[in-house]
Design a protein around this ligand. Sequence first.
Ligand code: AR6
Length: 313
Amino acid sequence: MPFNIVRGDITKMNTDAIVNAANTTLLGGGGVDGAIHRAAGPELLKECMTLGGCKMGQAKVTKGYDLSCKYIIHTVGPIWNGGGFGEEQILRSCYKNSLELAEQLGCRSVAFPLISAGVYGYPIQQAIEVALSAINEYLGDSEMQVTLMMFGGRIVAVNDTEFESIKQYISENLVGQFATRRRRHAADDAPAGQEQAAPPPPRGGETLVQAVTRLTSELELDDKELCRRANISGSLLGKIRSDGRFRLTRSEVIGLASAFDLDCEGAGQLLQLAGLPPFSMSDRADVILRYLFENDCCDILTINRALFSFDAL
Ligand code: AR6
């Protein structure tokens, strides 16, 4: 079940279901709840009135009415009260119960707002942590595409220390566009400069499929765990295995490199095996990825959060 983080308004999403951060009455309110009711139209409130409310941590479904989604899943997050009142547990149940409901409804895609992170006062960084880990826990069990929406202001998905370290690494390593273009011209006749160091050749002329098979067995990963760690679906894994010519995207290869806990060089080799260009020092996303792989913080959640935080997704 792949997931991604996106900046934007959930009412504009074309996913099969969107999740509403509602209150126990389910009769509407402010924030994302208000926005969803406005965009869905008055019929939504009529259906909500028949549902008899919803307990904290639980989820209920209505139709999508004037929205492009088929379903609205209403869940009620905890009100932040310092963290010692089971808030995290309740927030986790919101994600879990909403995902289970979406699955039962046959949804292929679902979008979440950052539940409880507005009026209910859950600290944003912690709300992001819980959202990502609750969604990730569900990964591997499902083929649904899950999107976490960040709305308004400039929400950064990594903590301050991580943000500062990555920022500094970017400023020291990102090759500017102008310099890069000049270097690319010079490189027409000469070997590429430091920003394009060629990775060493893959082990023993392995193909991508062979490398994936070997690494999977070396790490003793089962398929479910591999998909969860790589943020890929089971059907994609099947295609990789059965079709030697299947072309993977860059983010899928990065996901696999992350699942196999490769270092920067190993990740570069995997990109090469997939027929993709190596990490470039003139591409912001690649510079961030290099930082993460070099610093051993390349789990898929950190990768997504870091790329999102620097608008490099
Ligand atoms: N799209 C995506 N995210 C949004 C949108 C939108 N259109 N609008 C707001 N957000 P909140 P809560 C974000 O307050 O904290 C209501 O009155 C927002 O920036 O909507 O769970 C209910 O009736 C924040 O990050 O929900 C309840 O009484 C996140 O959605 C109460 O608020 C959640 O903020 C629920 O509070």
